[in-house]
Write a new protein. Structure first.
Length: 255
């Protein structure tokens, strides 16, 4: 008598299952323009896109990212690090990062092999949950992310882009972070190279939004020469101090 063998079905990894969905996203032509809606108190101007490969995740000049949008990052395949305001966090499948507006951030330390990361950016914070990197263990969280991805792709051709539906789904996903464990920084309390200066400059600008601060005065308040301040700031951000001040003021005025 031939023995009956039972076929064992390997469980589907909910994170890996998102990779083909993420790869199907179109490349944005404008990284500050997404799906809008008329609702209040919800995430708005939602944009979703996919990054494949370490090179695609990093600025060509190595500068830090800094802007008015909230960024939600999901490593679906491959690992790396994100440095947020001088604090480094490990990112890998099963984790996600939430970058608030006006936080300096850049990526480094990517693993060899395939890199597939999903990026969601939007205006507004969308949540009051504390933390930067999270490890959601609920299968429902990843199912909600899959639904959000499918909703975004399905409504790409719609006239209004399904903005309100996307905002509601994104809000549910953000609320799911409250049940997720937070991941501690690898170098807690230590600013990365040049990051401390960028943060001090940013704080000075925010504290005196009513006027442009001359570089000489800013350098004096920071205890360094104006020429040294110019060079270090451009190296860290890829832009001049004047450009940076104008950008911060315009972004704040638009809020």
């Amino acid at each position: 008598m031939t023995p009956i063998t039972k076929k064992v079905t390997k469980p589907i990894d909910p994170v890996a299952a998102l990779i083909p969905l993420a790869r199907g996203l179109e490349r944005p032509t404008d990284y500050y323009r997404g799906r809008r809606h008329d609702g209040r108190g919800l995430p708005d101007n939602i944009l979703m896109f996919h990054r494949r490969g370490a090179r695609a995740m990093c600025s060509e000049d190595g500068a830090r990212h800094f802007h008015h949008r909230t960024v939600f990052i999901f490593p679906l395949q491959g690992s790396g690090r994100i440095v947020v305001n001088g604090r480094a966090f490990g990112l890998e499948p099963g984790r996600c990062a939430l970058i608030r507006p006006y936080q300096f951030h850049h990526f480094t330390g990517f693993s060899s092999g395939e890199i597939d990361w999903l990026i969601i950016t939007f205006e507004g914070t969308g949540t009051h949950v504390e933390g930067t990197v999270f490890k959601p263990e609920s299968a429902g969280f990843w199912a909600d992310l899959a639904c959000l991805l499918e909703e975004f792709r399905a409504r790409a051709e719609a006239a209004n882009g399904g903005g309100i539906r996307l905002a509601c789904r994104l809000t549910l996903l953000l609320e799911g972070l409250s049940a997720a464990a937070t991941v501690r920084a690898e170098n807690r309390g230590k600013a990365g190279e040049g990051e401390d200066l960028l943060l001090k400059v940013h704080d000075l600008i925010i504290a005196d939004m009513g006027r442009m601060i001359p570089i000489e005065r800013m350098g004096k308040r920071l205890g360094i020469s104006a020429s040294h301040l110019r060079a270090r700031f451009r190296k860290g951000t890829g832009k001049s101090l004047g450009e940076f001040q104008r950008e911060v003021r315009l972004q704040k005025a638009a809020e």
